[in-house]
Design a protein around this ligand. Structure first.
Ligand code: NAP
Ligand code: MG
Length: 453
């Protein structure tokens, strides 16, 4: 039996739409359909599969305005971000459209024969997506999965299913055969969990909280199901005295408050070298106060509301003490919150250790290079981070010293679709994007052919 869910625009609390939630029976049907479609999809000639993915990319690009508008209403994303997100789906599809014709195996020297390897698709891949970046995170899973010859069942987050549903329709419009790319709207505990337990789903790509990620990994163990996990973060933004302090301070709000801080790569811990702490903080305060929190549909918006009342309450519960200063936010209806800067007194504080997933940043001073690395690594997470220094040898040493998957020097950018993305420690397992992501969607088969007969 299906139930329905009302989607609320987080900027004004108006109901956007009601959606039906799938139950287990409906989920099983879609998984079976995807499994049936796999038989023919895996046999589509590489060049034809490539062409279909390029057409899909073009159709997504043609609908970028519509997709972006949906995301602004559904998730409160700024229009600038939402357009980038729609383009990211098209770019990722284009990037992996080159893969079907390049899924090379190896020829390995052996005696009395030939040994060759094949990269074969897994079957049905289940992609479970969170609400913070509904479009890109979906694309990072389904594009390489489809390119490698798998079929996909995709479950968007309950809060943000609308762009995923639209992408499912656009796939059909592009000529992707029925059953190859399926979007199922439903609860994580029902649909998502069924992906884990259903034997026909051969791999799970999960992005979301570390808590649910651990449950999924444990569930997958039962069938030795393949799994990729992209989980939480508490990334450090390290500012050395020999950096361009003004530039680092001007960029720091965007690095943590973008998407209202609901970003696994958010630089939510700022570490500043002691000798420039006050100088950094005064420039940072100016930048935070200037950060534009407003109606996300406006092209000038740098930050919109949080996703839900629940998320707003969760985030605000962290703000009990040590507030240094805040920016501003609209009043009235909507899940609005001003960007907030904290100065915790100890690294054991919850605000310094836990992923808050809201527009909150904590700042602390460090003594020297070794102390910066030690403080950055004092976390269960290791997803991204930034290092600001004009001494490139030092910056590289620090980058090598930090236990994290994605670091940037004199920049806060973490994500490029053509470079690998993923976490150390409890930030995840495996890598998405880049040239090697296909390995996570294929099995290697080794075949030996005797020639001595
Ligand atoms: P979540 O519970 O981990 O949800 C992520 C996805 O997993 C959603 O599609 C969710 O579906 C699904 N899911 C939930 N329980 C499941 C289960 N037992 N089996 C299979 N799938 C399941 O994250 P959340 O509750 O939305 O957010 C909670 C916190 O997680 C945030 O405050 C933040 O700290 C962190 N988070 C991190 C990221 C990231 O990118 N690293 C993203 C989102 C959240 P439903 O939406 O239907 O529950
Ligand atoms: Mg949850």
């Amino acid at each position: 039996m299906s139930t329905t869910y009302q989607i609320i625009n987080p900027a004004n609390e108006q109901i956007v739409k009601s959606v039906d939630l799938a139950d287990i029976t409906a989920t099983d049907k879609v998984i079976e359909k995807a499994n049936k479609a796999f038989e023919s999809w895996k046999k589509v000639a590489p060049g034809d599969r490539a062409k279909l993915l390029r057409t899909f990319a073009q159709v997504v690009a043609d609908h970028r305005q519509e997709l972006a508008k949906i995301e602004v209403e559904n998730a409160g994303h700024t229009i600038g971000n939402a357009l980038w997100e729609a383009d990211n789906v098209a770019n990722v599809l284009n990037y992996y459209s080159a893969a079907p014709e390049r899924l090379f195996g190896k020829q390995i020297p052996v005696a009395n024969g030939i040994d060759i390897t094949f990269k074969e698709p897994l079957g049905v891949v289940g992609v479970i997506v969170p609400w913070n970046f509904p479009m890109p995170i979906a694309g990072w899973g389904f594009a390489p999965a489809l390119a490698a010859g798998n079929t996909v069942v995709l479950k968007p987050a309950e809060y943000t299913p609308l762009t995923a549903v639209k992408l499912g329709q656009l796939a059909l419009l592009a000529g992707i055969p029925e059953g190859v790319f399926n979007v199922i709207v439903g609860k994580g505990s029902v649909v998502g969990n069924r992906f884990v337990t259903h034997p026909l789903v051969r791999k799970i790509v999960f992005t979301g909280s570390t808590t649910v990620g651990k449950q999924i990994m444990a569930g997958c163990a039962d069938q030795v199901k393949r799994v990729t996990l992209e989980l939480g973060g508490k990334s450090a933004n390290i500012i050395f005295a020999d950096s361009d302090i003004e530039r680092a301070a001007a960029a720091a709000p965007g690095a943590v408050f973008d998407n209202a801080g609901q970003d696994c790569c958010a630089r939510s811990r700022i570490l500043v070298e002691k000798s420039v702490f006050d100088k950094f903080m005064s420039s940072f305060e100016v930048a935070v106060k200037k950060f534009k929190v407003e109606d996300p549909a406006l092209p000038t918006a740098e930050m919109g509301p949080l996703i839900s009342k629940k998320q707003l309450e969760t985030v605000q519960a962290y703000l009990t003490k040590d507030i240094a200063f805040t920016g501003s936010a609209p009043k009235g209806s909507g899940y609005w919150m001003a960007p907030t800067v904290l100065m915790p007194k100890s690294a054991t504080e919850k605000v310094w250790q836990e992923e808050i997933f809201g527009p909150v940043v904590s700042v602390m001073a460090f003594d020297d290079e070794a102390d910066a690395i030690a403080k950055a690594n004092d976390s269960q997470f290791g997803l991204s981070g930034s290092i600001w220094s004009n001494n490139s040898s030092k910056a590289l040493r620090v980058a090598r010293g930090i236990e994290s998957g994605n670091l940037s020097v004199n920049s806060n950018s973490s994500v490029r679709y053509w470079t690998p993305f993923g976490g150390y420690k409890q930030s995840g397992l495996g890598r998405e994007l880049g040239p090697d992501a296909l390995d996570a969607f294929t099995e290697v088969k080794n075949v030996f052919i005797a020639t001595d007969n």
